[in-house]
Ligand binder design. Sequence first.
Ligand code: COA
Length: 161
Amino acid sequence: MTRKALYTGSFDPMTNGHLDIITRASKMFDELVVGVIVNPNKHPLFSKEERVSMIEEVTSHLSNVRVDSFEGLLADYVNRNHFDAVVRGLRATSDFEYEISMAQMNACLFDEGIESIFLMTSPKYSFISSSMIKEVVSLNGCVDDLVPQIILQRIKEKYIK
Ligand code: COA
């Protein structure tokens, strides 16, 4: 039986912290879909298409990973596409509080048997967020070890006109 998981987020843009979770989750499932969400509460730097294509480039060496995008309720997308699990990364205890309420709400909305699974973010990346990376790059700070080079280049192109 094929085990299929979703790793979702806004990925504006993807960082090495996300890549770490994707790499590890891809070893746990037969298929891992990275689902780029269009979050109406956020004003992204990158379009949905740019975010999808950057993740595709960076994960091209992972043969069981593919990238998709969606809007609306996470549970609708998960049920419609018959995922077995949704993977989330935990960076700090503050993430846990948000994640537990989201997982419990999703448990009410998911079809039977779909699980939320949490992976601890590598300590190397536990302090980063996409917003922090964008802010540091926009102010000419060095984040070479925190973002894939291809993505770092794209962020610089957005800020250096
Ligand atoms: N490494 C580095 N950074 C990480 C990370 C990791 N492992 N995991 C998360 N982050 C960062 C993200 O880059 C993001 O940074 P930002 O806020 O600066 O953009 C931040 O942590 C928060 O990430 P996340 O919690 O994944 O937020 P998100 O907006 O990317 O995704 C959804 C949130 C998509 C899971 C949630 O909004 C959702 O499910 N929306 C759909 C609507 C819905 O169904 N709502 C009901 C839910 S019960």
